[in-house]
Write a protein that binds this ligand. Structure first.
Ligand SMILES: Cc1cc2nc3c(=O)[nH]c(=O)nc-3n(C[C@H](O)[C@H](O)[C@H](O)COP(=O)(O)OP(=O)(O)OC[C@H]3O[C@@H](n4cnc5c(N)ncnc54)[C@H](O)[C@@H]3O)c2cc1C
Length: 355
């Protein structure tokens, strides 16, 4: 069986981002790489959005970028500007195509459907397949979105809506998220933060239809694309092994309070590329411990007090947009952290330390 210097298990966002980063920086000229990916074909299956706080390799895969956003609870809306850190949406279809076209040019890179097809003994492995066991204590961000096209121009595509809590909460945390790509096209998503133990929350198509009809007041539209997913708001199991590191969701790249993962994956890929020669002995790359600690408290509060979360989220966005964006994107300093912490209701957050 064939041997490779490097193996990437899972050719999704993290696996392909890493392969691309290594390839464009000429780290695969004299090294061989096997990518293990079972999917039959690559097609658009996700939309990755984030505030661009650091550069990335995929500016040409952006559907749209915004400088303004809003957050709202019933009868109150907060409008915020994000010119310094524009919010961007990436089309996964364009991302897969761009990377796969580039990787095809290098004869040292091979795709396989199953790890059993190759010899793994002497390779260094980057694994992006998470080890997740069902446990109804764990929280998830689960959602469904549809891209719609309307007959008339109705969207203001200068501003996107990050969180609209003016909807049925069903003893959970629920909001809608609307990304207007143009005046007649938008991605409308229903998002839940829950333990996923109540299947009645998953009538996504009904929720989206109701929201489009009654809230956005749109009657004539067609659905161009649909995506559904669930992001674990906990770290997947991790077993330390000498010649293996985990990447992507499996590697703890999700910010647990928000589900944002894409830019962390890009930063992790850059870190691996810079240290590839001594990666097995290098310090593990992880989301700063202070965010891990703060997110843990935040999620404990959310678990115990779902009904308070719309107001908590809304108040969090009353700090300057730059501060909150830096905080949510792991780039805030101590002074900025304090500004956010002071927006939180003290009692329930202090109590959460002792749950
Ligand atoms: C629908 C959706 C929308 C999201 N939107 C955002 C967003 O807007 N912003 C953001 O920051 N994050 C977002 N995320 C979270 C995160 O960025 C994505 O989940 C991202 O794809 C994670 O990358 P990954 O490589 O860890 O996992 P994936 O991209 O899922 O890649 C894992 C790969 O492993 C393959 N695989 C599965 N089993 C095996 C196996 N046994 N052997 C080998 N390969 C296997 C899969 O086919 C897949 O290609 C979203 C997640 C989802 C599901």
């Amino acid at each position: 069986m064939k041997e490779f210097d490097y193996i990437i298990i899972g050719g999704g966002c993290a696996g392909l981002s890493l392969a691309y980063e290594l390839e464009i920086n000429e780290k695969l000229k004299d090294k061989t790489l096997a990518i293990i990916e079972p999917r039959q074909e690559y097609k658009r299956d996700k939309t990755w959005s984030f505030w661009k706080v650091v550069p990335h390799n995929f500016d040409d895969c952006i559907i749209k970028s915004w400088d303004n956003f809003s957050v709202n609870i019933p009868n109150k809306t907060n409008y915020l500007e994000c010119k310094d850190y524009p919010y961007q949406s990436i089309d996964s279809g364009l991302f897969y195509e761009k990377i796969n076209n580039k990787l095809k040019e290098n004869k040292n890179i091979h795709f396989f459907k199953d790890l059993k097809e190759i010899n793994t003994q002497n390779s260094f492995i980057f694994n992006s397949v998470p080890d997740i066991k069902k446990d109804y204590l764990n929280l998830w961000q689960h959602f469904c979105g549809v891209e719609i096209e309307t007959e008339n121009n109705i969207f203001d595509d200068e501003i996107f809506n990050l969180m609209d809590f003016d909807c049925d909460q069903r003893n959970s945390v629920h909001f809608f998220y609307t990304l207007p790509y143009s005046k007649n096209k938008a991605l409308v998503e229903t998002t839940w933060l829950s333990r996923m133990n109540d299947s009645s929350l998953k009538d996504y198509d009904f929720q989206i239809k109701e929201y489009i009809d009654k809230h956005l007041k749109i009657k004539n539209y067609k659905v161009l694309y649909r995506e559904e997913g669930a992001i674990p708001l906990f770290y997947p199991k991790f077993k330390k092994e000498k010649n293996k590191i985990n990447i992507g969701t499996a590697g703890g790249m999700t910010r647990l309070s928000t589900g944002y993962t894409f830019l962390n994956i890009q930063e992790h890929s850059r870190y691996i590329r810079k240290n590839i020669e001594k990666i097995s002995i290098n310090k593990k790359f992880e989301i700063n411990k202070k965010y891990q600690f703060l997110d843990d408290i935040f999620l404990r509060v959310l678990n115990k007090n779902p009904e308070k979360m719309p107001n908590i989220f809304f108040n969090m966005f009353k700090t300057s947009p730059k501060t909150i964006i830096k905080f949510l994107s792991n780039k805030s300093n101590f002074y900025e952290d304090l500004k956010i912490i002071f927006k939180m209701p003290k009692g329930i957050f202090i109590k959460a330390l002792f749950y």
